[in-house]
Design a protein around this ligand. Structure first.
Ligand code: FAD
Length: 389
């Protein structure tokens, strides 16, 4: 008789009926549409039908789900978090696909674009008919986007964009790219249709992490867009950082989904696998690993719920999101690596989900602000001194 890690601390009691219902429906979708195929997609480094999958995610109301209007579901932040946890319990690439669509591309347009652009893009994006990406990182500027080189200059009533963006999730699938560029007025955002002349997306190959996710380099070579494509009001890094805070919030939850899957797998394996004539789960060292993993998983979920409730109360601050992202991704990767040891040699096989989750979390540790940058954000808050500028 074993106890599920969620039951040990009574985690399900933290959630409302509606939150549990959302978790169940996301779990049903991933079990049907992704789980049976995702190890193969990871191994091949490509998804079978990403557009079809995006439509299925849209049909369930998961795209831009915490936004209001324009066909979005308008859920609470905690409900959105619960969905992220279930998506990432399947694969971090799947959660990334949804996060970039909803929290980065759609949120940027929803928050900052003109009404005309919102009407143009958001309903199709919410339905999964149109795909978005978010271009902030460049080949030479990741953690310090303030020094980005991509430039937009006025030409009559239009803007001309030149530059390169790197490591862009959904980049070569996208119909619209949110591009952040330097202008004479500071950094500005643009909703760029990807079929505009001069725009190209090159899929990045040879990744050993997030292999069931499309990542691309974007090239902008004299891309001409009308003034209506520019986000009218926001200037400076406030624009992209507001979007990153949304996506990082989803990662706080998502990372615990990856951790849960690894923990469940290790727990099952520990009671089934026998060495020296008894289950390896009977050895104290294995029990200590499972107990420590469960402790960190439980604390991570509690933190996610706490931040979710703060966000729903309109009180969540960016440094609190940093705290959650830093802790939960760091602990999730640790849980996956420990789970891997419990599975022995089987731990490195794609027959089990553990190594896939561990490898995926290497990307999650780096994107949306590296573990180091979030550490320094907390350090700055604690000491009043900025160590990174
Ligand atoms: P760098 O900034 O060069 O950092 C390298 C190392 O130096 C890191 O350890 C970093 O923490 C450290 N470092 C840098 N500055 C400091 C400092 N001041 N003090 C201490 N340490 C420091 N970007 C997008 O815009 N859109 C996307 O959709 C997107 N998707 C991604 C998908 C994947 C799979 C990956 C891997 C990345 C993605 N990214 C995306 C890019 C990601 O956000 C960047 O990789 C990240 O911000 C780090 O930038 P960098 O890789 O250039 O590393």
């Amino acid at each position: 008789m074993t106890t599920h890690p969620d039951e040990l601390a009574g985690l399900s009691g933290l959630f409302t009926d509606q939150e549990r219902a959302i978790a169940d429906s996301v779990r049903a979708l991933t079990a049907r549409e992704v789980e049976p195929y995702v190890a193969d997609w990871f191994e091949r480094g490509e998804l079978d039908d990403p557009r079809g999958l995006m439509r299925k995610l849209g049909a369930l109301g998961l795209l831009g789900m915490h936004l209001d209007g324009y066909g979005c579901a308008g859920t609470t932040a905690t409900e959105y978090g619960v969905a992220c946890l279930e998506l990432e319990a399947c694969d971090s690439g799947l959660r990334s696909m949804v996060s970039v669509q909803g929290s980065l591309a759609m949120y940027a347009i929803w928050k900052w674009a003109s009404e005309e652009e919102k009407q143009r893009w958001l309903p199709g994006m919410a339905a999964g008919e149109l795909i978005g990406c978010f271009g902030l990182t460049e080949p030479d500027h990741g953690s310090d986007p303030a020094n980005m080189r991509t430039r937009a200059r006025r030409d009559g009533a239009d803007w001309i964009l030149d530059g390169r963006k790197m490591w862009i999730t959904n980049g070569s699938l996208a119909d619209v790219a949110v591009i952040w560029a330097q202008t004479d007025e500071g950094v500005r955002g643009f909703a760029v249709p990807t079929d505009t002349v001069g725009f190209a997306a090159n899929t990045i190959e040879h990744k050993m992490s997030l292999r069931a996710s499309v990542t691309a380099e974007l090239v902008l070579d004299g891309v001409r867009v009308p003034d209506s494509s520019a986000f009218p009001e926001v200037r400076g890094l406030r624009g992209p950082l507001s979007c990153l805070s949304e996506a990082r919030y989803g990662i706080v939850w998502g990372a615990m989904g990856a951790a849960r899957t690894a923990l469940e797998c290790a727990q099952r394996y520990a009671v089934e696998r026998e060495q020296f004539g008894r289950p390896i789960g009977g050895f104290q060292l294995t029990q200590q690993k499972l107990a420590d993993m469960t402790l960190e998983y439980t604390k991570g979920v509690l933190l996610a719920v706490h931040l979710g409730r703060l966000k729903d109360a309109g009180a969540l601050r960016p440094e609190q999101v940093s705290l959650g992202k830093l802790n939960n991704v760091r602990e999730a990767i640790d849980i996956c690596r420990t789970a891997r040891t419990i599975l022995g040699a089987n731990g490195i096989s794609l027959e089990y989900p553990v190594i896939r989750h561990a490898n995926n979390l290497e990307s999650v540790l780096t994107y949306e602000g590296t573990v180091e940058m979030h550490t320094l954000i907390l350090g700055q808050k604690l000491t009043g001194q900025s160590a990174f500028q």
